[in-house]
Ligand binder design. Structure first.
Ligand SMILES: NC(=O)c1ccc[n+]([C@@H]2O[C@H](COP(=O)([O-])OP(=O)(O)OC[C@H]3O[C@@H](n4cnc5c(N)ncnc54)[C@H](OP(=O)(O)O)[C@@H]3O)[C@@H](O)[C@H]2O)c1
Length: 246
């Protein structure tokens, strides 16, 4: 068993949680989220597979201290991260006329700047000893299609897409970076958009509604050697929802 870890943010819920559980069959994991209770419960489920599981509870809205805190956590625990997946995400629901700079910064910090702070930390030789090999970011089909009343969210996901392309150049050939762009999935973030969790879930797709397993299996593929020639890509996992919006 290797001593390297897959670091997953947003592991306390939804897609990140399902991905953590799937990868726990073969990987040591470092799991991050805000809700410590849910994070600990996911970590407990992941540890039944015999691999090591650590947790790093953190509110990524405050990403100013993130680099220093992560650096000291990794050196304290003597962990090396070779795979990083950024699932953490939040959205706002309001028209541009009502939004504020503060809300914009909050969304950009959680969805975008926390990822850049983590990647930058993991690239530092003294912190992570050139261990980082694969990065997976989570975009959205709304980065291209747009969505009403989520201006900062759409912009943050478009920033993720641009970052993937920019870093694919910078980090090749040693590190691969890709993003998954999900369509509509029934997870907790959807409750922010006022979806009734008990109502029938019927997103406009060409296929049946997707599940978080569809995202987790794509994440596992992108981290696997079967994807060794894939970098700089934004992979839509949306049952065709994106092409229906063209
Ligand atoms: N569901 C969809 O239809 C959809 C579509 C396109 C893209 N996405 C993207 O997919 C990713 C995963 O979302 P999901 O659908 O799985 O939703 P989810 O169940 O709500 O999960 C969101 C995760 O982000 C974490 N998070 C939110 N704010 C945070 C903060 N301030 N600091 C640290 N962690 C924070 C949450 O942690 P806590 O719960 O511990 O706070 C949770 O683990 C997100 O990036 C989202 O934008 C989702």
């Amino acid at each position: 068993m290797s001593d390297f870890y897959t670091f997953i943010t947003g592991a306390s819920s939804g897609m990140g949680e399902t991905t953590a559980k799937l990868l726990s069959q073969s990987r040591n994991l470092l799991l991050s989220g805000r809700d410590e209770k849910r994070l600990a419960s996911v970590a407990e489920s992941c540890s039944v597979n015999g691999n090591k599981v650590e947790i790093f509870p953190y509110d990524l809205e405050n990403c100013q201290g993130l680099a220093a805190d992560l650096k000291s956590f990794l050196s304290g625990k003597k962990l090396k991260i070779d795979e990083f997946a950024h699932f953490a995400g939040m959205t706002e629901v309001m028209p541009m006329s009502k939004t504020t700079y503060k809300i914009g910064i909050q969304v950009m910090n959680v969805n975008y700047f926390s990822a850049t702070e983590i990647i930058s930390t993991l690239l530092k030789r003294r912190t992570n000893a050139d261990a980082l090999k694969k990065i997976l970011l989570i975009s959205s089909i709304v980065a291209n299609a747009g969505k009403i009343c989520q201006p900062h969210y759409c912009a943050s996901k478009a920033a993720i897409n641009a970052l993937v392309k920019a870093l694919a150049y910078e980090l090749a050939p040693n590190i691969r970076i890709n993003a998954i762009a999900p369509g509509s999935f029934k997870t907790r973030i959807m409750e922010t958009l006022f979806y009734d969790p008990d109502a029938e879930w019927n997103p406009p797709t060409l296929l049946a509604p997707g599940t978080t397993e569809d995202i987790a299996k794509t994440a596992r593929f992108l981290f696997s050697n079967d994807a060794s020639y894939i970098t700089g890509q934004i992979i839509a996992v949306d049952g065709g929802e994106g092409i229906m919006r063209l």
